[in-house]
Design a protein around this ligand. Structure first.
Ligand SMILES: [Zn+2]
Length: 215
């Protein structure tokens, strides 16, 4: 399967559909990411962790997440970091990349990556930061997903090999997002789509993506 949309909350083919562990009910031919969002990190129960551990082992789950850190929302940073750390451990154990939601806590993410030295790729989804911050993330080996809203200079600065596209919860089509990103990058939309698809194929274990190939 070719993945074009690396993060969506709507059921779609050619996409990584983000669901909570409790809601994981895989449809044949579709790919998923499962994780506990930082906003929900304060209400995680033993049952949630068990559901996540089970769902994460599904061959249709190609990434852990979205999880991460949001400095503008509860629960406390300590609680969010503990939940994130468990996802990092699971990502390493299962050899599946991590999709990160990060708001005003990039220094913590970078410090964690430097300390833990994970083998798995980390993907910052819905990135809206400036080129300087993007450069720091790229230097640390991270990947960046651009969605409905992004910094145009950042879009222009990203190497295609680290670029991914997403619709998130917007309801836009991935073609619309790709057209916006392509315009910011000053390239043909076909080139943007090709780059994002190649990046997704490189990091989201194609062998795990069961189902018929997409056109
Ligand atoms: Zn999302």
């Amino acid at each position: 399967m070719t993945i074009t949309d690396s993060h969506t909350h709507h059921a779609a083919r050619g996409a990584i559909v983000n669901v909570s562990p409790a809601a994981f009910s895989p449809v044949p031919g579709m790919c998923y990411s499962v994780g506990i969002h930082p906003w929900e990190a304060g209400e995680v129960t033993v049952e949630h962790w068990q559901q996540l551990a089970t769902a994460a082992r599904s061959p249709q789950v190609v990434a852990l997440g979205e999880t991460g850190l949001d400095a503008l929302r509860s629960p406390s940073p300590d609680v969010q970091q503990e939940v994130l750390a468990r996802h990092v451990a699971m990502s390493e154990e299962l050899s599946k990349p991590l999709i990160l939601h990060c708001v005003k806590a990039f220094h913590v993410i970078l410090a964690m990556r430097a300390r833990l030295r994970p083998a798995q790729p980390w993907v910052v989804h819905g990135f809206r930061g400036k080129p300087q911050l993007a450069r720091q993330l790229l230097n640390a080996g991270l990947y960046i997903t651009l969605g409905p809203r992004f910094n145009a200079a950042t879009a222009c600065s990203l190497p295609g090999s680290r670029l991914l596209l997403e619709t998130d919860d917007s309801g836009l089509t991935i073609a619309t997002v790709a057209a916006r990103v392509a315009e910011a990058r000053g390239e043909d939309v076909a080139a943007t789509l090709a780059a994002a698809r190649a990046t997704a194929a490189a990091i989201f274990a194609p062998a795990n993506a069961v189902g018929p190939p997409n056109a």
